[in-house]
Every structure is written in C-alpha cells, then in structure tokens.
Write a protein that binds this ligand. Structure first.
Ligand SMILES: Nc1ncnc2c1ncn2[C@@H]1O[C@H](COP(=O)(O)OP(=O)(O)OP(=O)(O)O)[C@@H](O)[C@H]1O
Length: 301
C-alpha cells in the first residue's frame, strides 16, 4: 500500500513534470492553518481525485496552486515551474463550483468562455480570430454550442458546469483544477464530463478533481489524494482508495453501512458488502478486507 504519513521532507518527484506540492502550509489572516505540511506529486496525463471532509482544505489547496493564497511554508511546482511563472504562462485552469459565481451579472455564455482566452490576448483584450475559434471549439466539445448566446444565469447547474469546463478548454490549461464538478449534475452530464476528462488525460494534461462522489473515484481517477488539513495518503487509486484509508480520512462522518446475506446477491459472490458514502454516489467495497468492487462486463468503465 502506498499510504504515507504526513511527510516531513519534500516529495522526491517520481512524478515527471506534473504537479508537485512539497510541505505546503497555508495560514489565513485570522491565524487559522487550513493546510499543514501537505505533500504529494502527480504526473502528467493523469486524473487525480482530491477527497476529504468539508473544511479539510481542498479549496485552500486549489487556491494555493492558483497563487490566490501565499504559502507560509513549502513550495508548489507546476510542470516544473514555480506557481507565479506557471500562471503567467496560463498553464493552470480552474473550473469552480457554481456557487462561487455571481449569477446576477448579465453575461453571455460565449463571453464566459472567452474569459479563458484573456491570458492569450493583449492589454486591450480584443479577441482575434484564433480566440473566437478556440471559444467555438471549446463550446462544441462540451456540447454547448447552441447555448452560446444565452445568459449564463439562465442555465441549469449541469449546463453551467459545462460552460466552465469550456472556459478551461479555451484557456488551454495544461493543469486543470475542478472543484466538485459532479455536484448537482445528472448521470448523463457526469458521464459526459468523465468522457471529456479522459480525452484531456490522453492529451497529457494534469487534472485534480475535488469530489464528494466517492463512487466515481475508482471509476475514472488514476490517483487519489486523501486530505484532512494535511495529506493523509496519496498514490494510485487502487492502492490508496481503501476502506481503511477512507475511514481514517473521514473520521466517522461518513454514512457507512455493511450488508450481508444471500438475498443481496444476484450472482454466486457471497462476500460481505460495505457501502460508504459522502454524497449521492456511494463506493462499494467487497469482503472483509474492503477491496473495491471488481468490474463486471457491461459496467461503466
Ligand atoms: N479566507 C479564509 N479565512 C480564514 N479561514 C478560512 C478561509 N477560507 C477557508 N477557511 C477555513 O479553512 C478551512 C479549510 O477550508 P476549505 O474551504 O479549504 O475546505 P474544503 O475542503 O474546500 O471544504 P468544502 O468541502 O466544504 O468545500 C476551513 O476550516 C475554513 O473555515
């Protein structure tokens, strides 16, 4: 198992030139230390889940990667560069939770996506042909071309998420941070987002996805970072995303039930089931040792 205690030394990066966080500590102005000595590294061409309870520091970590909050200690390297330089090069794109945005501000969908191009434009922010093409391509990729002239405030939660994804695509960020992309979206939209993330992974991008939908994590995340004000464990999902580690990360706040009995099973598998959930979509572990459910043919990959 690749479980690691909070690291005291810097992560020796076996992670190529992806994202490396070494002993990152963030203390807010009111003196609250939201993140202490957090260390992990992830390579390019991967999707990593960021999992932890409310208040465990997920958004704080995102803010640190985007340079919105200063590190009191430690360092963050993005594709081999310090945060400031990476941001100047537009390497990091952020897909926020819808709640972060003021919907009363009247703005068209295509204007929101064009914001992703600002870093590629001059001081006057006058879009060129290439910018307009990038916006059109991004909207097409998330299936929102028909909505380009609509006010963003008129869209559903799932449609807004697609628009923010399109903005990240238009920006052409190599590192994409997604803050709870599945909250409040239907299964169809979730599937569409997962499909898109897989395509972006194939392009060699780095994606860090905070989520409370535990059941989705083994489905599409190669790696997992478990957070509770520091990194409790990180590494490949099949090694890190275990029942024991989740119980440690959530410290008793998960809804958690164990099922048994022959009537539960349609097949010959009589192992005990443990169902753990932090949100709508639970994760199911099979057997006493809490192994992840084996995929059967016909199931979603
Ligand atoms: N600007 C701030 N000033 C002071 N404390 C803050 C600030 N922002 C967040 N915090 C505190 O830092 C801790 C971590 O917050 P953060 O938003 O990073 O958690 P989170 O894991 O993203 O939570 P959630 O799952 O609810 O989104 C919380 O205790 C929060 O109250």
């Amino acid at each position: 198992m690749n479980e690691r205690a909070p690291s005291r030394g810097p992560v020796s990066s076996d992670a190529g030139q992806g994202l490396a966080v070494s002993n990152a500590t963030v203390t807010y102005r009111n003196g609250h230390t939201a993140l202490r000595d957090a260390s992990f590294a992830i390579p390019t061409g991967t999707i990593t889940a960021l999992v932890g309870v409310n208040g465990s520091g997920k958004s704080t970590l995102f803010k640190a990667i985007m340079g919105f909050v200063r590190l009191a200690q430690g360092e963050i390297s993005i594709l081999g560069q310090p945060v400031e330089r990476a941001l100047k090069q537009n390497l990091v794109a952020y897909v926020p939770q819808s709640e972060d945005v003021d919907w009363n501000f009247p703005v068209l969908v295509e204007d929101v996506v064009m914001m992703g191009r600002y870093g590629h434009m001059g001081m006057m922010r006058i879009p060129r042909h290439a910018d307009r093409e990038a916006v059109a391509a991004a909207l097409a990729r998330v299936g929102m071309s028909d909505f380009r002239k609509r006010q963003i405030g008129e869209l559903s939660g799932g449609q807004k998420k697609r628009v923010f994804l399109a903005r990240a695509l238009a920006q052409d960020g190599r590192v994409i941070l997604l803050d709870e992309p599945f909250t409040g979206v239907d299964v169809k939209t979730e599937d569409a987002i997962i499909k898109l993330l897989r395509a972006l992974r194939a392009e060699g991008r780095v994606m860090l996805v905070s989520t409370h939908n535990l059941g989705s994590v083994p489905e599409f995340c190669d790696r997992t970072v478990l957070l509770n004000r520091t990194v409790l464990a990180h590494g490949r999902t099949e090694e890190v995303f275990t029942q024991a580690n989740l119980e440690k990360t959530f410290g008793g706040v998960l809804r958690h039930f164990v099922l048994g009995g022959a009537g539960l099973h349609e097949d010959d598998d009589r192992r005990r089931l443990a169902v753990i959930t932090d949100d709508e979509r639970p994760v199911v572990f099979y057997g006493e040792n809490g192994h992840m459910k084996q995929k059967r043919s016909g199931e979603r990959e």
